[in-house]
Design a protein around this ligand. Structure first.
Ligand code: ADP
Length: 450
C-alpha cells in the first residue's frame, strides 16, 4: 500500500512539475515558433497571386496545420481539420486586422494544465496581419496536434497505463516474497515458545531477513543447548543429593540395631556427619550458583586486600597441607582490588583446595600475585597429575569431575570450578590453565583493573 501510495504521489508531483515546465518554458517557446511560421506564411501570401491563396492554404493545412483566413471583416475561411471551438472575440479579429499580432497560445488560460497544449480551440492560435492589395487581412493558425500526436498520444497512454499496472503487480509480488519468510519466522517463534527447538527455517537469503533467520537459528540452537544443560543439571543435582541421602538412610538403619558396640556406633555417626556435611556443602554451592546465575551477587563490591585473603586461606588449610606433606611457597605483594570480597574469597579457596586435593603426597604449591598495567593475576601452581586438553576444556562444566569413581575418596561436588569461573566472569575476568602431565597445573585468575 505504501509503495503504491508513493507511486501515486510521485505521479502527481511529476505531473505538477511538467506542468510548471510547460507553463514557464514550453508555452512561450511554442508561441514564438508558431508566430515565426505564421509570419513567414503571411509574407509568402503577400507575395503571390491572391487567387492562389486558398490553394496555398490548403497545402499548408495538408502538412499539419489548422488555419483560419480572414480576407476581410466578417468573412472567415477555414482550412485543415475543423476547430472544436470556433469562438474568437470579434475584438481580437479586429485587432489583428488592424496590424496587431495575436498571441493566443501564450495567453491561453494559465490554470489549464499541460493539456492546454492540445486544446483544439480557435483562441489557442497565433494571429498575424496580412496586407494584400492595400487591404488588411488576417491569418490565424495552430499546428494540427491531432495529426502530429495522434499515434504518440495512444502510445504514451499505453506506456503510462502499463507502467502503473506492472509496477503494482511487481510491488505485490515483491511484498509477497518479503512477507513469506517473515510468516515462517513468526511460526517458528511460536514453535520455539512451545518448546520445539529443532527448527528448520529453510530461508536461504543474503539480505537482512536472511541474517535474521540465521540469528534466529543460532538462538534456537543455544536455547536447545541451554534446555539440555538445565535437564542435565537437575539430573546431576538430584543424583548428588540422592547419594548421601541413601548412605545416611543405610547408616541410620544400622544405628537402629540394638547390638552395636560403642566403637561401631561412633563410626557410623561419623559417617552420618560426613554425609550431612557433604549435603550441606552441595546445597550451599547450588544456592551460590543460582544467585550468580541470577546476576544477583550476595554482597555489593568493596575494596579489599587480595594478598591478605590468600594468606588467610593458606593459614586456614595448614592442617591439610601438613596431613598431605605438601609444601607451600608464595609471593604475595599487597594488592588492593575493588570487587566482591566474599565471592572472590570463594574463588581462591576453591583453586587452593583443588591444588591440595589433586596434588600428590609430598607435592608443592606455589601461590603468586602478579600485577601489570591492565590486570591483576592470581596464580596457583601445583605439582599434581596435570590435565589433558579435553579435561581442561571440560573442568568448568557443572558437576564435571575427572574420573568420578577414583575421585570418590576426594571430597568434591564438581561445582567448584564452575562457580569460580562464573564469579570471575562477573568481575569481567577469566581463568586460564597451563598444564603438564609431569609437572602439574597452573590456574591463573585474570582480573581486569577498573
Ligand atoms: P571438585 O569439587 O570435584 O573439586 P571442581 O569444579 O573444583 O570440582 O573441579 C572439577 C574437576 O577438575 C575435579 O573433580 C578434578 O578432577 C579436576 N581438577 C580441578 N583442579 C585440579 C587440579 N589442580 N589438578 C588436577 N585436576 C583438577
Amino acid at each position: 500500500m505504501m509503495t503504491i501510495g508513493i507511486m501515486l504521489l510521485s505521479s502527481v508531483f511529476a505531473f505538477m512539475f511538467s506542468n510548471f515546465y510547460y507553463q514557464q518554458k514550453l508555452k512561450p517557446e511554442n508561441d514564438a515558433k508558431n508566430t515565426k511560421i505564421a509570419l513567414e506564411i503571411a509574407t509568402y501570401m503577400e507575395s503571390i497571386e491572391p487567387s492562389m491563396i486558398p490553394q496555398y492554404l490548403e497545402n499548408i493545412a495538408a502538412i499539419g496545420y489548422q488555419l483560419m483566413w480572414v480576407p476581410h471583416k466578417n468573412k472567415r475561411e477555414f482550412f485543415g481539420d475543423p476547430f472544436r471551438d470556433k469562438n474568437l472575440p470579434q475584438v481580437t479579429e479586429e485587432k489583428v486586422l488592424n496590424g496587431e499580432i495575436y498571441h493566443g497560445m501564450l495567453h491561453f488560460p494559465q490554470e489549464t494544465f499541460v493539456t492546454g497544449f492540445f486544446a483544439n480551440e480557435l483562441t489557442n492560435t497565433i494571429g498575424v496581419p496580412i496586407h494584400i492589395a492595400g487591404k488588411n487581412q488576417a491569418l490565424f493558425l495552430q499546428p494540427n496536434i491531432k495529426l502530429l500526436f495522434h499515434e504518440m498520444h495512444y502510445l504514451f497512454t499505453w506506456i503510462l497505463l502499463l507502467t502503473v499496472i506492472l509496477s503494482i503487480l511487481f510491488v505485490l509480488l515483491s511484498t509477497k516474497l518479503l512477507i513469506q519468510p517473515i510468516e515462517r519466522l513468526t511460526e517458528a517463534t511460536k514453535e520455539l515458545s512451545e518448546g520445539k527447538f529443532s527448527i528448520n527455517l529453510a530461508i536461504e537469503r543474503k539480505d537482512e531477513i536472511g541474517k535474521l533467520a540465521q540469528h534466529f537459528t543460532t538462538m534456537a540452537k543455544k536455547l536447545e543447548k541451554l534446555d539440555e544443560m538445565k535437564s542435565e543439571f537437575i539430573e546431576n543435582a538430584s543424583h548428588d543429593i540422592q547419594t548421601p541421602l541413601a548412605t545416611m538412610k543405610g547408616y541410620i538403619k544400622l544405628l537402629q540395631r540394638n547390638n552395636l558396640s560403642c566403637k561401631e556406633r561412633k563410626k557410623y555417626l561419623a559417617i552420618l556427619k560426613r554425609e550431612m556435611k557433604r549435603l550441606s556443602n552441595l546445597t550451599k554451592q547450588l544456592l551460590l550458583l543460582a544467585s550468580i546465575d541470577r546476576n544477583d551477587p550476595p554482597t555489593i563490591p568493596q575494596t579489599f586486600n587480595i594478598s591478605k585473603q590468600l594468606k588467610e586461606i593458606i593459614f586456614h588449610y595448614q592442617w591439610l597441607l601438613n596431613e598431605r606433606s605438601i609444601m607451600v611457597s608464595y609471593t604475595l605483594p599487597e594488592v588492593i582490588y575493588e570487587g566482591n570480597e566474599a565471592l572472590l574469597y570463594n574463588v581462591w579457596e576453591n583453586l587452593f583446595t583443588n591444588a591440595i586435593k589433586y596434588n600428590k603426597e609430598g607435592g608443592t604449591i606455589d601461590v603468586k600475585i602478579l600485577e601489570n598495567k591492565k590486570e591483576i593475576n592470581v596464580q596457583f601452581q601445583d605439582s599434581g597429575r596435570g590435565l589433558s586438553e579435553e579435561e581442561q576444556q571440560r573442568i568448568f562444566e557443572r558437576f564435571y569431575r575427572i574420573d568420578r569413581a577414583r575421585s570418590k575418596n576426594v571430597e568434591g561436588t564438581g561445582l567448584g570450578l564452575a562457580i569460580a569461573s562464573a564469579i570471575v566472569d562477573l568481575h569481567k575476568g577469566f581463568i586460564s590453565i597451563k598444564s603438564d602431565r609431569k609437572k602439574g597445573s597452573t590456574f591463573t585468575v585474570h582480573l581486569p583493573k577498573l
